[in-house]
Design a binder for this molecule. Structure first.
Ligand code: ADP
Ligand code: MG
Ligand code: MG
Length: 204
């Protein structure tokens, strides 16, 4: 099992930043179909800010890494996804408390709390065609098997794919009504990338 120490969370966010950078064009294309074509740009800016904040501040605990990263996403991303992802990480980080290393069970619980905070902030539930459709199955998978990072990755990827036939009920895509059907949600897609980066980090 991976050791969930400060370095693990730094490596996760750095893998996430690399994935966002690599996939930014695809995320923006997905957002062009049902939004305003800025999701890749938004997250690229956000994760670049996270990367430089982590280099400058060197937070000393897993919780502090996630709280700092979340705050930077909130302050650097103009779109809806910034406050939502920022809330996910800040809330998960607060749940981890001051420990220098956390158990998989603690992290699974923290992720669940983070996803619940995103739902409270944005009002989305599973099936609304948002990032929740990838985050919630990932959190569920880890709740069932806290060391099952690969399963969480598959659950998030499956959740993102399953947004294609859905009609958006939250966010900008909801303005399209029925015309949002047939497109994969950009935020669910980036969420799957973040969980894939987590699985990758845990496997190394
Ligand atoms: P914006 O829509 O402000 O341009 P982004 O393009 O960066 O922001 O992010 C869009 C994504 O944010 C959507 O694909 C969706 O997954 C997610 N999103 C938008 N509104 C909500 C909400 N209320 N709850 C959860 N996720 C949301
Ligand atoms: Mg957008
Ligand atoms: Mg926008």
């Amino acid at each position: 099992a991976p050791v969930l120490d400060t370095e693990f969370f730094r490596r996760w966010l750095s893998a996430a930043a690399a994935a966002v950078d690599r996939e930014a064009d695809r995320l923006t294309e997905l957002d062009a179909a049902i939004g305003d074509a800025d999701h890749g740009t938004n997250l690229r800016r956000g994760f670049a800010a996270v990367t430089s904040a982590l280099q400058e501040a060197a937070p000393a605990t897993p919780g502090a890494v996630l709280v700092l990263a979340g705050g930077r996403l909130i302050s650097s991303v103009g779109g809806a996804s910034g406050p939502l992802y920022g809330t996910l990480l800040r809330s998960a980080g607060k749940s981890l408390g001051p420990a220098g290393e956390v158990s998989p069970e603690q992290f699974a619980k923290a992720l669940q709390e983070g996803v619940a905070a995103v739902s409270r902030l944005g009002g989305a539930v599973p099936g609304d065609k948002t990032m929740i459709d990838a985050l919630e199955p990932a959190a569920q998978a880890l709740a069932e098997d806290p060391e099952g990072f690969a399963s969480a990755g598959s659950a998030a990827a499956g959740g993102a794919l399953a947004t294609v036939p859905l009609r958006a009920r939250k966010g900008r895509a909801s303005y399209l009504g029925e015309r949002s059907i047939g497109h994969q949600d950009p935020g669910a897609t980036s969420s799957a990338l973040l969980v894939a980066a987590l699985a990758e980090t845990a496997a190394r």
